[in-house]
Design a protein around this ligand. Structure first.
Ligand code: DX5
Ligand code: ZN
Length: 217
């Protein structure tokens, strides 16, 4: 099981100490939510910030691009030190090329699917990806309520994974806490992103341990 605290819920006024808090927490990945004010109605931060954080930790940088034009951003995030970049299946027919481009930059490849989008849309890309990110809120803001209707998607993806030739992580993102993470783990998820329930807590290490206990039961 992989725990991925989202920096979106960290204190942007002291990012270096937030990364230090992550480092001491035992979490495997750091989830970096990139919003462009177009694909989602919010802005977060860009490759410049990611690049300044890179020397502070060796942790896996899981970059989630909620952006309409990833074409121009992929090389910038690769240069900034991303380990994996995830793009959204809602971008349509450009997706195959984007996934290929991420791979050709030497990175792990992720594909995300929003709650209203049919899971079948990701199926053609399974041979190309390392991680399938099943959004459990409509992206754009932290602190939203988990959408229970997303659970069958996790089960379906898990069935594809166990019955087919392709191995990929099933990552969940949005409204993840101890209760919802446990439900997702039972459905087959193995990477858990959380902002509010992790960086949002004063003791990140204890929060990571609690979430891990919830999903490993
Ligand atoms: C949603 C982002 C999430 C967000 C999760 O737009 O992709 O990663 O930070 O935040 P919480 O855990 O607060 O729902
Ligand atoms: Zn995210």
């Amino acid at each position: 099981m992989i725990i991925a605290p989202s920096l979106l819920a960290a204190n942007y006024g002291r990012l270096a100490s937030e990364v230090a808090r992550h480092k001491a927490s035992g979490a495997e990945w750091l989830h970096l939510d990139i919003m462009d004010g177009h694909f989602v109605p919010n802005l977060s931060f860009g490759p410049g910030i990611v690049k300044t954080l890179r020397p502070l930790t060796r942790t896996f940088f899981d970059v989630h691009l909620m952006c309409s034009k990833p074409e121009v951003l992929l090389p910038l995030f690769a240069d900034a030190g991303a380990d994996q970049i995830t793009v959204h299946v809602e971008l349509g027919e450009r997706v195959a090329h984007l996934l290929w481009k991420i791979r050709s930059l030497g990175l792990k490849v992720g594909l995300a699917v929003n709650p209203p989008t049919q899971l079948a849309t990701v199926r053609p890309y399974l041979p190309q990806i390392d991680t399938l990110l099943i959004m459990t809120v409509n992206p754009g803001f932290g602190g939203q309520e988990f959408i229970e209707e997303c659970l069958p998607k996790i089960q379906q993806a898990h069935t594809w994974r166990t019955s087919g030739p392709h191995r990929f992580h099933i990552e969940v993102d949005g409204g993840i806490n101890e209760r919802t993470a446990r439900e997702c783990a039972r459905a087959g998820a193995d990477v858990f992103v959380a902002g509010t329930a992790l960086f949002g807590k004063p003791n990140l290490k204890a929060a990571v341990a609690r979430l891990r206990r919830a999903v490993e039961q």
